[in-house]
Design a protein around this ligand. Structure first.
Ligand code: PLP
Length: 405
């Protein structure tokens, strides 16, 4: 039986049509888009077409608002560092406690800088469903805010933030608004021209394009300072010879994402819902994390009490099922993820969270195979747990003895 891949928030399979679109750009169409001859010209035209496709996916007003980068992390860094340079009199950053490390470690770094270069970082908290408190946000926003960076959707739980509303509020105080939409693009309809969002990051490998290509959306008129200076590629906003094959691939992936948007929000969602329902019905003491009303259609993050997530992943992997415990970047560490901690998920459950993230390549048959595979794995692991016996969890005071440091 073929293995089952349900780790699409970590990375996705490159769509075969994307590979097909890219191949000529490794062989006969190898020109440099900046060159003044037909080899370069043909590649330049292909990049222009890819830009238009990404513009369409994002509902951006102008093609020139799409800047190709190397990944989501680069787009995130570019956005934040640009805002700080463009608005030097403003020294404050607002972000959230559940951002991806691409944002959080940069903010930690900026905060720790000494002297005049140090910034004040406000990290907005979330409730037990991963929701932001907009009252807290309003309180932190001020004329001192240079940039607000809030993710469109969380990579671990799929929780969606009200970024459009947040962008309007940021505009009210003259701050720039950036959203890390790496997990949202391709899964949710997006129409940037109707919003006040100034900058948005996306990453090719999360939407069936290859790794090593991303986009920074930059609203026309946004004050901007490039991270990479050099040649005049990307209108001087991101120097470096274009990764033309990958850009063409991302363009094709954007076109396909538009075509599959309804499928993603109906069929993929139906598979995800069936998976959650099936597991919750068959396994005692587990629950779905995140905002039940505002969640990505593909993401199921389930907390299994009294079990270690790593153990679950190993046994799932033995059954040919690929999932993840929290974000791919944090797995390997035994500490519960910063997202689970921020949501105050009890210690005994935060350790046992598993993220199943689906894509259009999954099938109902695969979902049923996972639903059948999970209960015996949980029963086995709980039989080894000091916090579980044949009657269920042991006395609460013992079971909850371990605590967050
Ligand atoms: N932001 C979010 C929400 C992500 O999930 C990821 C990757 O997991 C990134 C940023 C980083 O993207 P990239 O791997 O393209 O640098």
């Amino acid at each position: 039986m073929a293995d089952i891949y349900m780790d699409n928030n970590a990375t996705t399979k490159v769509d075969p049509l994307v590979v097909e679109a890219m191949l000529p750009y490794f062989t006969e169409q190898f020109g440099n888009a900046s060159s003044m001859h037909s080899f370069g010209d043909r590649v330049g035209k292909a990049i222009k077409e890819a830009r238009a496709r990404v513009q369409h996916l994002l509902g951006a007003a102008h093609e020139s608002e799409i800047v190709f980068t190397s990944c989501g992390t680069e787009s995130d860094s570019t956005a934040i560092l640009s805002a700080l340079k463009a608005l030097p009199e403003r020294r404050e950053i607002i972000t959230t406690v559940v951002e991806h490390p691409a944002i959080l470690s940069l903010c930690d770094y900026l905060e720790k800088q000494l002297g005049d270069d140090g910034y004040v970082v406000h990290r907005l908290r979330v409730d037990e469903k991963g929701r932001l408190d907009l009252k807290e946000y309003r309180k932190k926003l001020s004329e001192k805010t240079a940039i607000v960076s809030a993710m469109w959707a969380n990579n671990e739980t799929g929780t969606i933030f009200p970024v459009e509303e947040m962008a309007e509020l940021a505009k009210g105080v003259g701050a720039q608004f950036h959203t890390d939409a790496v997990q949202a693009v391709g899964k949710l309809p997006i129409n940037l021209k109707d919003t006040a969002i100034d900058m948005l990051s996306l990453s090719g490998h999360k939407l069936h394009a290859p790794k090593g290509v991303g986009v920074l959306y930059l609203r026309r008129g946004t004050r901007f300072r490039p991270l990479l200076r050099g040649g005049h590629q990307e209108r001087g906003r991101r120097a470096g010879t274009e990764n033309s094959a990958s850009i063409v691939g991302l363009g094709k992936a954007a076109e396909l994402a538009m075509e599959h948007m309804v499928f993603e929000n109906t069929c993929v969602k139906a598979m995800r819902d069936r998976l959650e329902k099936g597991i919750l019905a068959a396994v005692p003491n587990c629950f779905v994390t995140g905002d039940p009303d505002h969640r990505l259609p593909n993401t199921a993050n389930i907390a299994f009490e009294y079990i270690e997530g790593e153990g679950i992943l190993l046994l799932l992997n033995k059954e040919g099922i690929a999932a993840s415990s929290g974000s791919a970047c944090t797995s390997g560490s035994l500490e519960p993820s910063h997202v689970m901690k921020a949501m105050s998920i009890p210690y005994t459950a935060a350790h046992g969270t598993v993220r199943f993230s689906l894509s259009r390549y999954n099938t109902m048959d695969e979902v049923d195979r996972v639903i059948a595979a999970v209960p015996p794995i949980m029963a086995h692991l709980r039989s080894l747990s000091p916090y579980w016996n044949e009657d269920g969890p042991v006395a609460a005071e013992e079971a909850f003895a371990p605590r967050y440091a």
